[in-house]
Design a protein around this ligand. Structure first.
Ligand code: GAR
Length: 219
């Protein structure tokens, strides 16, 4: 039984297609998270307009007007507090966060990354996967820790790399999977059916007994 839906903020910097997949999933009343705020560090992020057009609360905290990361994050935190946010989804949010901000949200902030972590941390993941000639690529949703693109993994999806893929064709195949696994991961993380055990995300068996690795459960 869901006692209270987690008030979730989605942090974006651009287009917001993952944001849209989270918004769509959270429209279901029995989804354990509700989207209470969409926040961008870029006032002109197209995703902000999309969220606003859907009647969601939006805010911009423009990183360019702050002297440093701490000042920027102070405003970010104030905005999250003002909206009583319990949980954060980073969805194409392209600012590195300080260790103190991440620690404050540890276990309550997740991120989507367009690669099978721990391979291809950082930027230009599709270009790098093609340059390496790998045959499998994909995406990961993980809890955020201070080290970039690290932290306990909640969900991953793999796609084949095809012979004549370009970064765009491969990226589109990965993105389609991102839109599937991000809502699943948010549901798992906010339904309190999973625990962080060291660097692993584990869930309890239905009978409350032995723990096992998390896999999305079929309905
Ligand atoms: C997504 O592919 C996401 O995985 C990636 O940015 C894109 C945002 O697209 N995130 C990162 O690279 C984070 N390091 P979207 O705005 O359409 O969701």
């Amino acid at each position: 039984m869901i006692v209270r839906r987690k008030r979730t903020a989605i942090l974006i910097s651009g287009r917001g297609s993952n944001m849209s997949s989270l918004i769509a999933a959270a429209r279901s009343p029995d989804f354990p998270a509700e989207i209470a705020l969409v926040l961008s560090n870029r006032p002109d992020a197209p995703g902000l307009a999309t969220a606003k057009s859907q009647g969601l609360a939006t805010a911009a905290v423009d990183h360019k007007i702050y002297a440093g990361r701490e000042a920027f994050e102070g405003s970010l935190q104030a905005m999250l507090d003002a909206h009583y946010i319990d949980f954060i989804c980073l969805a194409g949010f392209m600012r590195l966060l300080t260790a103190s901000f991440v620690e404050r949200w540890r276990g309550r902030m997740i991120n989507i990354h367009p690669a099978i972590l721990p391979s291809y941390k950082g930027l230009h993941t599709h270009e790098r996967a093609l340059a390496d000639g790998v045959k499998i690529h994909g995406c990961t949703v993980h809890f955020v820790v201070p080290e970039m693109d690290s932290g306990p993994i909640i969900a991953q999806s793999a796609v084949p790399v095809l012979d004549y893929d370009t970064p765009d064709t491969l990226g589109a195949r990965v993105l389609a999977q991102e839109h599937i696994i991000y809502p699943l991961a948010l549901e798992l993380a906010t339904s309190e059916r999973v625990w962080i055990d060291g660097n692993r995300v584990v869930g309890a068996a239905k009978d409350g007994g032995e723990r096992r690795l998390v896999v999305p459960e079929p309905d």
